[in-house]
Design a protein around this ligand. Structure first.
Ligand SMILES: NC(=O)c1ccc[n+]([C@@H]2O[C@H](COP(=O)([O-])OP(=O)(O)OC[C@H]3O[C@@H](n4cnc5c(N)ncnc54)[C@H](OP(=O)(O)O)[C@@H]3O)[C@@H](O)[C@H]2O)c1
Length: 235
């Protein structure tokens, strides 16, 4: 089984890659930082199948087809797609430039949309096809000074809901994971007000991915909304 993980050079995507490697998946790892991807591959457990790095800037739309094409050319197919790459923004609404807004939308919303489209023919051929989109709690709510980021995550959330319905006839399961603050580089920039020991650990998101890809039976789960334990319940 082959999994393609975007944003695999660090943070949540890296830990998801390690988790899928422990389950024996062949891995295609996508991010811009080729050296960091090589380090992740070097750290993969022996249980992992083949692993390839596919360096790409997902703000560039020509990469959407090419990352999937390269994954299939090198690993022979695609069974699990994890759209995890993301770009944050912190600051007042009036400081956001059109260029910044475009870049955030390209990486957070456009890339998952068109990578999913490019992956569709291969997912249709898979015995257990799964797409997991990593959005955010700000795909539901609004945090001050995250206007462009929250807009892009609302877009990803909306796409995921429609995509899940359109591909259900092909047996493709689509899952949305919407985390609150997770202990990565990104959160240091966006939420310096949150104490590090109050943050969700990336491994907790990877646990959800493990659950989803190993789940058997007739039940399925459309979305996980996971918040910090120190935050407010049902908020
Ligand atoms: N941390 C949180 O609190 C939190 C909460 C909710 C949701 N999320 C979401 O979780 C996902 C992972 O975030 P994280 O916290 O792990 O952040 P992170 O540590 O900053 O990692 C972001 C990942 O995305 C990749 N990426 C960014 N821009 C890219 C581009 N133009 N092309 C290709 N790859 C790109 C980065 O790789 P390169 O720099 O090597 O390209 C890196 O692998 C994101 O979608 C984020 O929005 C995070």
């Amino acid at each position: 089984m082959v999994a393609l993980v975007t944003g695999a050079s660090r943070g949540i995507g890296k830990v998801i890659a390690l988790e899928l490697a422990s389950l024996g998946y062949d891995l295609a790892l996508v991010a811009r930082d080729a050296a960091a991807l090589a380090e992740v591959i070097a750290a993969l457990p022996e249980s992992c199948g083949n692993a390839v790095a596919i360096p790409a800037d997902l703000a560039q739309e020509e990469t959407y087809e090419s990352v999937v094409g390269e994954c299939v050319a090198q690993l022979g197919g695609l069974d699990v797609l994890v759209n995890c790459a993301g770009l944050s923004q912190a600051g007042p609404f009036e400081d956001v430039t059109p260029e910044q807004w475009d870049r955030i939308f390209a990486v957070n919303a456009k890339a998952p949309f068109f990578i999913s489209r490019a992956a569709l023919p291969y997912l249709k051929e898979s015995e257990k096809p799964i797409v997991i989109n990593i959005a955010s709690v700000v795909g539901f709510k609004g945090y001050i000074h995250q206007s462009a980021y929250a807009s892009s995550k609302h877009a990803l959330t909306g796409f995921t809901k429609v995509f899940a319905k359109e591909v259900q006839p092909f047996g493709i399961r689509v899952h949305l994971i919407s985390p609150g603050g997770v202990a990565t580089e990104m959160v240091k920039q966006m939420r310096p007000d949150i104490q590090p020991d109050e943050l969700i650990q990336p491994e907790e998101i990877a646990e959800i991915v493990r659950f989803l890809v190993t789940k058997k039976g007739q039940g399925t789960i459309d979305q996980f909304y996971i918040r910090r334990y120190t935050g407010l319940a049902f908020d």
